[in-house]
Structures are given as structure tokens and as C-alpha cells.
Design a protein around this ligand. Structure first.
Ligand SMILES: [Zn+2]
Length: 90
């Protein structure tokens, strides 16, 4: 049974497909591939309750540094531009 038949944001059709989800825990980041219901119109993603619980388990493992079972892809960098002053009005 699908949790939603239509997008709760825009009312358009949802399709089930595999998506990438970025999860953060402590200083670690993981990319997780899961099934989600995705709106073809606005891109809204809906996850099953069990998938949301799975995300929380992964975040806890990242926080506790229990990462030995995860596949190491490469280094993760955080970059903040120094001269990036947003001008919202002229
Ligand atoms: Zn939508």
C-alpha cells in the first residue's frame, strides 16, 4: 500500500523510484540509495516510515563512528566562499 497516491504539495502524480539521500552524523556523511515516491511535477520526495527509521539508524551509526560496514567512496569537503556576500536588494 502506498502512503500517498498524489503529491501532498501540488497534487500531481507520484512514481516510485530509487533516489539518492545524503545523511549526516557527526562529521560523517553518507549517500544512501532508497526507494521513494517522487512527484514528477515538483520533485517532492516521500519516504515510507520504515525508510525514515532506516535513515535515523544510519545517522546514529555515523555519529558513533560505526562506519566499518560502509563502502568508502572518497573524501568529503566542506567549502565556504569568503567573498560570497548576497545582495538581496540594490
Ligand atoms: Zn508535487
Amino acid at each position: 500500500m502506498k502512503p500517498f497516491e498524489k503529491c501532498p504539495i501540488c497534487g500531481e502524480e507520484l512514481i516510485e523510484k530509487e533516489v539518492e539521500k545524503l545523511l549526516h552524523g557527526g562529521n560523517h556523511t553518507a549517500i544512501v540509495y532508497v526507494q521513494a515516491a517522487v512527484c514528477l511535477h515538483c520533485g517532492e520526495r516521500l519516504y515510507k516510515q520504515e525508510t525514515v527509521r532506516y535513515f535515523e539508524q544510519i545517522r546514529n551509526k555515523l555519529r558513533r563512528q560505526e562506519v566499518s560496514e560502509f563502502f568508502h567512496l572518497g573524501q568529503f569537503f566542506a567549502i565556504r566562499r569568503q567573498d560570497d556576500n548576497l545582495k538581496l536588494s540594490e
